[in-house]
Every structure is written in structure tokens, then in C-alpha cells.
Write a protein that binds this ligand. Structure first.
Ligand code: PMP
Length: 404
């Protein structure tokens, strides 16, 4: 059971007033708020051990290196990777996907196929389109249905020996759909295709087990799980990380350099060129510890309650339509009200201290599917409350009256 008052006290920003009203933060899909332990850990790093890592013999450099590697180990345990060097620190989900798409340029040839889904964020579409342009491979799309679920019978039909990589999100940011990724991974493997899972929206709600899933790559951002921006993780199976060329060249990622030839460092450094976000990487471990203390079972049960509560309250509003009604979904509600532009509602409720996202949510193909310009998206985290939902629903009603 979650003690919501205790949890809320961990997040300094939640006591803020915005536009003179208590902040109601329902834009967790865009980024999460940070608990005090995470904020304190950033300050502590810069006050006490700031130094460059993997380079110096001096004490601070070793302390920083140790803390960075401890964090890598925490992430390894958290996602159940087999080896710590299968965990690559990145700047975020976008960075991780680009690193792999770039690596596949050395593998794909004209006529090969890259499969994405209709439910993807632009970050999991555009890098693959760029890859296809470069290699002559073809982009193939798993379609979705009206409820916002992937149509698996179509997926089965699209798979073939030409499919080299399948890349789908674990949870859709625009609709909240929880995708059947285990099915997708196993089926794709039967055709010898690699599978990348975009876990950006999943890791705030669940603990992925990459060995059980048997995915080849799993990527996510630190800022959506109470960690700092500019942090992220690319998990890759050892055999794939060894096979793929590095994404960027520079310091840290080499074994030897001469003008004739450079050899690359071993994993994970081969994929970690340059000075990384050291404080961020360390503190991502702190954020993961914090979430595990709250407990993912507690988080899921509580967020489900919030989702059900908010869904039934919102549906009382006449003319309100929810997009994304998958049987398996997380705490995201994307909706519109007949005849009113989502942006107008977002603007009015912002004046009442409420933060939601409006627009296409970096998922324009989903909006095209529903033939709408965008939606209002309320995405809940474990530190939100039913009282906040009441305030939000009243604000939406007020905005509707003003705009009708
Ligand atoms: N994929 C999904 C499903 C997302 O929700 C997001 C962030 N909105 C991203 C990718 C991109 O993450 P980032 O901007 O942190 O790289």
C-alpha cells in the first residue's frame, strides 16, 4: 500500500503554486518529477566527488568512476541484464535508438525490411526511416485497431525472412497501450529478426526483465523515472553489442589509436565515447533505488486506481471521447471534447495550475489514424492523488463551458 501523503512529501515541486493555484502535474508521460533524494544526490556529487571518470589515478576520479560503475550495476540488476557491460549509458531513449539504427546500417542491404508499429513515438520511426534511406531497406508498419492495440494477426503476416529488425514500444506514450512484446519478440526471433523495445513509457510503471523477455535491445530515458534529463540506458545482448560498430568515435571508446588504425575499447566503453553525464549516470542509480523502495507492485496498483477513477469521472462529461481503450493500458488518458481544440483546453486549465500535454505527442501517425490534430493527454504518476483528479475534472468542465 502506498502512503500518498508521505510520497508527495518526497517531491518538493509538488508544493509549488503555478499561476496562483496549487500545481497539479499530469504531464508525467513527458517527464517525471524528482524526489528530494535525487536532487540531493546531484548536489552531493558536485560538492564532494566531481571528477572525470575512467581516466585519472587520483582519488576523486576513482571515487567518481566507482560510483558510476555502481550505478551501472544497479541498472543491470534492475532490468536483469546478464552482464554489467550490456548496460550502456546514453543521453536518453532517442540516443539509444539512433545508436542501434546507425549500427544496423552496416548489416542491412537493399530489399531487407525494418518493422516498426503504428503506435510509435517519432523517435522510434525517424531513425529507422533514415536507416532505410541509407541502405535501401524497406520500412514496414504493424497496423493498429480502433482501440489502439496492435493487430497481431497482421504482424504475423508481415514477418518474413526479409525482416531484419522489429522495433516497438513497450507502452505507447500517446495512448498508454501496453503492447504484447513477449509475443512480438518470440515471433520475430522465429524469423531470425532482432528486436528492439522502446521502454521509455514502460519503465516508470514496471520493472522490465530483459532476459525473460529475450529482447535484443531495450532502451529508456532516465528523466521519466525520477532521474535527471540527459540520462538513459541502452541494454543490448552481448553478441549484438560486439557485432555492431560503435555509434560515435572519440575518447573513452578506443583501445589504441594511431593514424593508420584505431582499435575499439571493450564493452561497454565501445559505445560510450566522450565524457558522459557522470552525475546523471550516478544519480539514475539513486532514482532506481527510490522507485524500488516505493515498489513497482504498489506503483502499479495505485496508478491503476487513479486511471479507473479518472476515466469514469471524465466520461461523465458530455462529448468527451477517450482515444486508446486497450484492455491492457497504463495510467494515460488521451481525450478530446467534441468541437473544441485540445490546445484551447490545455491553455485554460494551465491558468488553473494544471499541467497536461496537448498536441500530437510526437506520434503524428496515431493522430492521422484517428483523423484528429491532437489530444489532451493526462498521464498520472504514483505521486498524483484522487483530489488532483477532482480538480482536473472540474477544470476541464469549466474550460468546456467557456469554449462551447
Ligand atoms: N519513445 C517513447 C515511447 C517516448 O514516450 C519518448 C519520450 N516522450 C521517447 C521515445 C523519447 O525519449 P527522449 O526524448 O527522452 O529521448
Amino acid at each position: 500500500m502506498l502512503d500518498i501523503n508521505k510520497i508527495r512529501a518526497d517531491f518538493p515541486i509538488l508544493t509549488q503554486k503555478v499561476n496562483g493555484k496549487p500545481l497539479v502535474y499530469f504531464d508525467n508521460g513527458a517527464t517525471s518529477q524528482k524526489p528530494k533524494v535525487v536532487i540531493d544526490a546531484i548536489v552531493k556529487y558536485y560538492e564532494e566527488i566531481n571528477a572525470n571518470i575512467h581516466r585519472g589515478v587520483h582519488t576523486l576520479s576513482q571515487l567518481a568512476t566507482d560510483a558510476y560503475e555502481v550505478s551501472r550495476g544497479k541498472i543491470q540488476n534492475h532490468i536483469n541484464a546478464k552482464f554489467p557491460y550490456e548496460v550502456i549509458f546514453t543521453a536518453g531513449t532517442t540516443h539509444g535508438i539512433n545508436a542501434i539504427a546507425n549500427g544496423f546500417a552496416s548489416i542491412l542491404k537493399a530489399g531487407d525490411e525494418v518493422m516498426v508499429s503504428a503506435l510509435e513515438h517519432h523517435s522510434n520511426i525517424v531513425p529507422w526511416q533514415m536507416l532505410c534511406e541509407k541502405t535501401g531497406a524497406k520500412l514496414v508498419v504493424i497496423p493498429m485497431n480502433e482501440e489502439g492495440e496492435l493487430i497481431l494477426s497482421e504482424f504475423d503476416k508481415l514477418l518474413s525472412d526479409k525482416t531484419k529488425i522489429v522495433t516497438v514500444n513497450h507502452i505507447s506514450n500517446a495512448l498508454g497501450t501496453l503492447n504484447p512484446i513477449k509475443y512480438i519478440i518470440d515471433k520475430a526471433h522465429q524469423f531470425g529478426a532482432a528486436v528492439l523495445i522502446d521502454g521509455a513509457q514502460a519503465v516508470p510503471h514496471l520493472k522490465p526483465n530483459v532476459q525473460e523477455l529475450d529482447c535484443d535491445f531495450y532502451v529508456f530515458s532516465g528523466h521519466k523515472i525520477c532521474g535527471p534529463t540527459g540520462t538513459g540506458v541502452l541494454y543490448g545482448k552481448e553478441e549484438w553489442l560486439r557485432k555492431l560498430p560503435p555509434y560515435q568515435g572519440g575518447g573513452e571508446m578506443i583501445a589504441t589509436v594511431s593514424f593508420e588504425k584505431t582499435t575499439y575499447a571493450d564493452l561497454p566503453h565501445k559505445f560510450e565515447a566522450g565524457t558522459p553525464n557522470i552525475a546523471g549516470g550516478i544519480v539514475l542509480g539513486t532514482a532506481i533505488d527510490y522507485l524500488n523502495e516505493v515498489g513497482f507492485e504498489n506503483i502499479q496498483a495505485y496508478e491503476h486506481e487513479l486511471l479507473e477513477y479518472a476515466t469514469s469521472k471524465l466520461l461523465e462529461i458530455e462529448g468527451l471521447r477517450i482515444f486508446g481503450t486497450a484492455k491492457e493500458k497504463t495510467s494515460v488518458i488521451s481525450f478530446n471534447i467534441d468541437g473544441i481544440h485540445p490546445y484551447d483546453i490545455g491553455t485554460i486549465i494551465d491558468k488553473l495550475g494544471i499541467a497536461v500535454r496537448t498536441g500530437h505527442h510526437c506520434a503524428q501517425p496515431i493522430m492521422d489514424f484517428y483523423k484528429i490534430p491532437g489530444t489532451i493527454r493526462a498521464s498520472f504518476a504514483f505521486y498524483n492523488s484522487k483530489e488532483e483528479i477532482d480538480i482536473f475534472v472540474e477544470a476541464v468542465k469549466k474550460a468546456k463551458t467557456m469554449l462551447s
